[in-house]
Design a protein around this ligand. Structure first.
Ligand code: ADP
Ligand code: MG
Length: 614
C-alpha cells in the first residue's frame, strides 16, 4: 500500500514556475542564495521559538546550515536544523502562493505574454528558483513541534508534487536538488564555495560546505557601535575591501526613519584612482538582512563618492528584487539621499573634530569632492563646507575652509575672492592681487585649472558670491597721486594706446586697482576669466580660432612706465608703439594668456638694444 499523496500545484504556482525556470534570473546561481536564506530564516525562527519557552523536538540540536555537493551523483543538498515544516506547512508554503500581490500580478499576466523579469522580481519566489537548476527537488522536513512526524515532499516542477511520510528525520529541513544536465557545475564544491562567499558570507548561522566552515566573518554592521573593537573593524574592512591597509575613515551608523538602514562605510587610506589605476567603481554592497542583494550597488551613492567601500543593509528591500529592478527604483533614490547626507555630515564632523585626519582625507580625495560640486547640484552646499584652499591669509601649504575665510572677512568686504595662479609666488606677485593687498581683503589661491570651474559652479558660500579676483569691481583705498599723469594726459594716452594697438585689444581704460604693475588685461566677458580662456583653448587645440577673445587693457597712470610712455609718444611715436606692444604682452604673460612668447623676442631684443645704446 502506497502512502504517497499526489498534489497539483495551485494554478498560479504553475505559472510562476514557468517564469522562474525559463526567464526570471539571468544568474542561475542565485538559487543557492535563496535556499540558504530560507534555511537561515528557519534557524532564526527556531531561535525565537526556543527563546519563548515553547518545547522543541531535539532541543540539543544546534541551529546551523550544512551543504553537501556530490559530483558523481550530480546533486547538491541543503540541510538546516531550523524550525522544519509539518504536512500542512509543506502544502501551504511550497504549494500555494501566500502573497495576494503576487496572485494579482500573475492574473494580469496573460497566457502568452512575455513575463517581465523586472516586475516579477519584486515577489518572493525564492524556493522555486531551485527548479532553474534541478530536474527534481526533494524536501525532507521534520517540524520542531514534538508530537509531529517527518515528511517527504518531492516535485519535478511541472505537474505537481507528492508527499510521503518519512520516518526518523532529525528536526529541520533537507533539500536535495537533482541537477539538470546543463547545471552540473552546481555539484562542484569550488563553484558553490564561491557563490556562498559572494552572497551569504554574513548569514548569522554557521554554513558548512562538505564539512568545511565557509562563513567566518561576522556581519559587524548589525552590532552596536560601542561593542565593536578597532581591530574588528579593520579586519572586516580588509575582508570586504580587498585591501591590506587599514581604512582612513569609517562610519558606522543605523537609522530607522525614513528607512531602516544599517551601514558600515569606509574610506580607504589611498585613492586608487589618482594612483593612475583608472576609474574606480564603488565597492559598497547592498544587503537585506545580511544577505547580498547587489554587489557594488550602482546608484546607492552618487558617482563622486565612488571611492567608498562597505556595506549598506536595509530591511526595507525586497529580498528577491532583481538587479535590473534595483537600478533606478525610488527606493534606491531614497537610500541614496539618506546615505549621502549622512556621509557628508560625517565628513564635516571629522574636519571639525579631527583636522589632521581630515587633512589626509582631503589630500587624497579632494578631486572627488570637487567633481561633486561640478556635477551634482543637490549637495553643493554641504560640499562647499568641505573644500579647502590656500589663501593670502594662510601660510604656504596650509589650507583654509570657506567658513573660516568668511569669519575673517573685512567689514566692508562683500564677496569671497579667488585668484587662479600656477603657484603661491605667482599669486602674490600677480597684478590682480595688488588691490586686495591694498584693501587687506583675503584671496583664495587656486592652483588647479579646474578649481575655477569648481568655484563657478559653487557660485556662493554662506550667502556670499564667489568671485574671480580679476572680475572684482574694487578700487584702491587711496589712489596714489605722486608722479601720476593728470586725468587728461592719462585719457589721452589711453586713446593713443587703443589706436596704436588696434584690434589686438578691446578698449583701453584707466585702472583703479593697480599699485606696482603698469597694466593689466581684463576679459570683457562678464564670466570668463583669462585662465578659463586658456583652458578652453587648450581643450579645443585643433579647432580653428573661434571668435577672438575680447580683452581690455587697464593702465596704471601712477606707474613710471606709463607716465614716461606719455612723454615718449610725443617724441618718438614709433618707439613708443613698440613699448606699448611690449606692455600688452607683459600683461598677457601675467594673465597667462600669451600664446607664443617667442613672437615677442624680436621686439624685446630691439628694446634692449636701444636701452644699451650709450
Ligand atoms: P519566502 O522566503 O520569501 O517566504 P520562499 O519561496 O523562499 O519565499 O519560501 C516559501 C516558504 O517556505 C517560506 O516562507 C517558509 O515558510 C517555507 N520554507 C522554505 N524553506 C524552508 C526551510 N528550509 N525550513 C522551513 N521552512 C521553509
Ligand atoms: Mg525565501
Amino acid at each position: 500500500m502506497s502512502s504517497t499523496e499526489k498534489h497539483t500545484f495551485q494554478a498560479e504556482i504553475q505559472q510562476l514556475l514557468n517564469i522562474v525556470i525559463h526567464s526570471l534570473y539571468t544568474d542561475k546561481e542565485i538559487f543557492v542564495r535563496e535556499l540558504i536564506s530560507n534555511a537561515a530564516d528557519a534557524c532564526e525562527k527556531l531561535r525565537f521559538t526556543q527563546a519563548s519557552g515553547v518545547p522543541l523536538h531535539q532541543p540539543e540540536l544546534a541551529a546551523g546550515i550544512t551543504i553537501v555537493t556530490d559530483e558523481a551523483a550530480g546533486t547538491i543538498t541543503f540541510t538546516d536544523a531550523g524550525i522544519g515544516m509539518t504536512h500542512g506547512e509543506l502544502v501551504d508554503n511550497l504549494g500555494t502562493i501566500a502573497h495576494s500581490g503576487t496572485k494579482a500580478f500573475l492574473k494580469q499576466l496573460g497566457e502568452n505574454q512575455k513575463p517581465d523579469a523586472k516586475l516579477i522580481g519584486q515577489f518572493g519566489v525564492g524556493f522555486y528558483s531551485a527548479f532553474m537548476a534541478a530536474t527534481r527537488v526533494t524536501v525532507l522536513s521534520r517540524s520542531f513541534v514534538p508530537d509531529e512526524q517527518g515528511w517527504q515532499w518531492a516535485s519535478e516542477g511541472i505537474g505537481g508534487y507528492e508527499i510521503t511520510p518519512a520516518a526518523d528525520l532529525p528536526r529541520g529541513t533537507k533539500i536535495t536538488l537533482e541537477l539538470k544536465a546543463e547545471a552540473k557545475e552546481f555539484a562542484s564544491a569550488g563553484t558553490i564555495e564561491r557563490i556562498i562567499k559572494r552572497y551569504s558570507s554574513f548569514v548569522p548561522f554557521p554554513i558548512e560546505l562538505n564539512g568545511n566552515r565557509i562563513n567566518t566573518v561576522q556581519a559587524l554592521w548589525t552590532r552596536s557601535k560601542g561593542e565593536v573593537k578597532d581591530e574588528e573593524y579593520n579586519e572586516f574592512y580588509q575582508f570586504i575591501g580587498h585591501d591590506h591597509e587599514n581604512p582612513l575613515l569609517r562610519l558606522h551608523f543605523s537609522a530607522d526613519a525614513p528607512l531602516a538602514i544599517q551601514s558600515l562605510l569606509f574610506v580607504p587610506a589611498h585613492n586608487f584612482e589618482t594612483m593612475g589605476m583608472g576609474r574606480i567603481d564603488s565597492e559598497v554592497n547592498l544587503y537585506c538582512k545580511k544577505v547580498l542583494i547587489q554587489a557594488k550597488a550602482k546608484g546607492l551613492f552618487p558617482e563622486w563618492l565612488r571611492f567608498l567601500k562597505g556595506v549598506v543593509d536595509s530591511e526595507d528591500l525586497p529580498l528577491n528584487i532583481s538587479r535590473e529592478t534595483m537600478q533606478d527604483s525610488s527606493l534606491m533614490q531614497r537610500l541614496n539621499k539618506v546615505l549621502t547626507g549622512r556621509l557628508l555630515k560625517f565628513l564635516e564632523e571629522t574636519a571639525e573634530k579631527d583636522p589632521a585626519t581630515y587633512e589626509k582625507f582631503y589630500a587624497e580625495y579632494q578631486r572627488f569632492l570637487k567633481e561633486g560640486i561640478v556635477t551634482d547640484f543637490s549637495h553643493k552646499e554641504a560640499l562647499g563646507k568641505l573644500i579647502r584652499y590656500e589663501s593670502s591669509a594662510t601660510e604656504q601649504g596650509k589650507l583654509t575652509s570657506l567658513a573660516d575665510y568668511v569669519k575673517r572677512m573685512a567689514a566692508d568686504q562683500k564677496e569671497i575672492y579667488c585668484l587662479m595662479a600656477p603657484n603661491r609666488e605667482a599669486a602674490e606677485s600677480s597684478p590682480y592681487f595688488e588691490v586686495f593687498r591694498d584693501r587687506k581683503f583675503e584671496v583664495l589661491f587656486l592652483y588647479d585649472a579646474w578649481d575655477e570651474f569648481v568655484m563657478e559652479h559653487l557660485h556662493e558660500f554662506d550667502g556670499k558670491t564667489l568671485k574671480a579676483a580679476e572680475k572684482a569691481d574694487l578700487n584702491l583705498t587711496e589712489p596714489k597721486t605722486e608722479g601720476a599723469l593728470s586725468e587728461a594726459a592719462a585719457q589721452g594716452l589711453a586713446a593713443w594706446l587703443k589706436e596704436s594697438l588696434g584690434d589686438r585689444i578691446g578698449s583701453v581704460r584707466l585702472s583703479q586697482r593697480l599699485v606696482d604693475s603698469p597694466a593689466v588685461i581684463v576679459d570683457a566677458d562678464k564670466f570668463m576669466t583669462s585662465s578659463m580662456r586658456r583652458m578652453l583653448k587648450s581643450l579645443r587645440k585643433d579647432a580653428d580660432e573661434t571668435a577672438p577673445a575680447q580683452q581690455d587693457l587697464e593702465i596704471n597712470p601712477t606707474h613710471p612706465i606709463i607716465a614716461r610712455l606719455e612723454q615718449m609718444r610725443q617724441k618718438d611715436a614709433a618707439f613708443a608703439g613698440q613699448v606699448a606692444e611690449q606692455i600688452l604682452d607683459n600683461a598677457r604673460v601675467a594673465a597667462g594668456v600669451l600664446e607664443d612668447p617667442r613672437t615677442m623676442l624680436k621686439r624685446m631684443n630691439s628694446l634692449l638694444e636701444r636701452v644699451l645704446t650709450p
